[in-house]
Design a protein around this ligand. Structure first.
Ligand SMILES: O=C(O)CCC(=O)C(=O)O
Length: 353
């Protein structure tokens, strides 16, 4: 990837829905400063870091609020070591309310010109620093293959300031116009990377707490490596006109986090619970063709002893609705471990996911 350009800052258009929609259509993304109140973001960061510290993810030699990673505990989604701590983060009520903050919903309503559905399922990410032995940098991909449904737009926001070297996000501006590109097994988001020349111009930028990046589901995007000593924390959710269909996989809690009742069980108030019910969304099955193709490739790679198949196999074990395929992936993981001399981390299927 060549040197990247700078995001085009669209903050001055923030109140002008049609102008935002036009720019989004043209470039595939919007970079907006201060969309969310900084204080609200920093409060969620504080809560996430408390949970990270309790889970042993932070270096006790530094104050929790700095978020300095305990690199010996570096782990990643969907490993059980990761999920053990992550479950407590994903259930956090203030995190859930942040992604449906009135500023966010009003912004998308201005862009769509109609009521907005925030997808109930969203992602909170914890990216440990990149080292010689650990790397979980999100590779170039498009969301469409994972999210399905009608056209939707992501909002990505760091939980705290995020300079480039902490793993800011980057987009290939204009790449959305090429439609869905070919994929291959990868170790980034969803275990799938792009396997075709990437069109468009790569742009990125330093984020401050409250800034947000909005992008279309066919825009190619990736993260920069986290070269700091701190954990990079962020969240991303997807938003679409409420009248359009949404894939069923976006209506359930994050894989491995239980049912909605379990997610909400410890909340101190009902605010934000089941917010989507009032919108009566049309729910359709996820088009699984991209996952099916990824999985076929992962099984072939595992049979050849290629360790790059591991993350995709772990995802099948944890998340695939087909029991026979899950058993096959478990067996492939065992064989891969035997071939590569690596211990597996005991992935388990989570029925609610
Ligand atoms: O935060 C990251 O590393 C990846 C985010 C991403 O791929 C997304 O929001 O779609």
């Amino acid at each position: 990837m060549d040197a990247m350009g700078e995001f085009l800052d669209s903050t001055e258009l923030m109140e002008d829905g049609p102008a935002l929609a036009e720019r989004l259509e043209r470039d595939g993304y919007l970079f907006l400063r201060g969309l969310l109140p900084r204080d609200a973001v920093m409060e969620v960061r504080r809560r996430m870091l408390e949970t990270a510290a309790e889970g042993g993810w932070l270096d006790p030699a530094h104050p929790v609020k700095k978020g300095v990673a305990n690199k010996a505990e570096a782990c990643k989604d969907p490993e059980e070591r990761y999920m053990r701590v992550f479950r407590g983060m994903w259930k956090d009520e203030e995190l859930h309310r942040l992604r449906i903050h009135p500023n966010v919903l009003a912004l998308f309503e201005r862009i769509f010109g109609e009521p907005v559905l925030a997808h109930p399922m969203f992602i909170q990410r914890n990216i440990f620093p990149q080292t010689d032995s650990f790397d979980f940098t999100t590779g170039a991909h498009q969301d469409k293959v994972h999210i399905g449904g009608a056209t939707n737009h992501a909002l990505w926001a760091p939980l705290g300031d995020c300079p480039l070297e902490k793993g800011a996000l980057a987009v290939a501006a204009g790449s959305h116009r090429a439609g869905v590109l070919d994929t291959r097994v990868g170790n980034g988001a969803g275990g799938m990377d792009i396997a075709a020349p990437i069109p468009g111009e790569w742009v990125t930028g330093a984020f401050e707490a409250g800034d947000a990046l909005i992008f279309a589901d066919t825009v190619v995007h990736c993260a920069l490596p986290n070269r700091t000593d701190e954990i990079r924390q962020s969240f991303d959710d997807r938003y679409q006109p409420a009248s359009k269909p949404v894939a069923d996989t976006n209506m359930v809690p994050y894989s491995g986090c239980g049912t909605w009742e379990e997610v909400y069980a410890g909340w101190s108030s009902d605010e934000g619970k089941y917010f989507w019910r009032a919108l009566s969304p049309t729910v359709v099955p996820l088009d699984r063709q991209y996952y099916d193709r990824r999985d076929r490739m992962a099984f072939d790679m595992a049979a050849e002893g290629d360790p790059a198949a591991r993350d995709a196999l772990l995802r099948i074990v944890q998340r695939d609705p087909d029991a026979a395929k899950r058993s096959r992936a478990e067996e492939a993981l065992r064989q891969l471990a035997a071939m590569t001399g690596r211990q597996e981390s005991g992935a388990t299927h989570v029925a609610s996911a």
